[in-house]
Write a protein that binds this ligand. Structure first.
Ligand code: FES
Length: 104
């Protein structure tokens, strides 16, 4: 089963699989997503703002909590790390810099 995640402002519509994190789903679907660590949860470059559907987002684990605090954001479900975020229903997030990979 998959869940639709809309990424603003590009309005990218990603079908994220159960158990799959948002960052991995975006890459699988051919999108570039800002990262340094490649999805290990350590660079915090992949962060998103959750606009809608926070109730469908996975709980914040210890690694992600550390990352959000390092970003100087409250751990209130609004700021999340895409590489740690799993969803169980429709969600809308904002992340500038997400775009389709150019075909080579
Ligand atoms: S990709 Fe580095 S923390 Fe998410």
């Amino acid at each position: 089963m998959s869940h639709r995640v809309v990424v603003r402002p590009a309005e990218a519509e990603l079908d994220v699989l159960d158990g799959e994190d948002l960052f991995t789903a975006a890459r699988r679907l051919g999108y570039r997503w800002p990262t340094v660590c490649g999805g290990k949860g350590t660079c915090r470059t992949c962060f998103v703002e959750v606009d809608e559907g926070a109730e469908h987002c996975s709980p914040v684990g210890p690694l992600e909590r550390e990352g959000i605090q390092a970003l100087r954001q409250p751990v209130d479900g609004r700021t999340r790390l895409a590489c740690q975020l799993r969803v169980a229903g429709p969600v809308t997030v904002t992340r500038r810099g997400v775009r389709r990979r150019v075909q080579e």
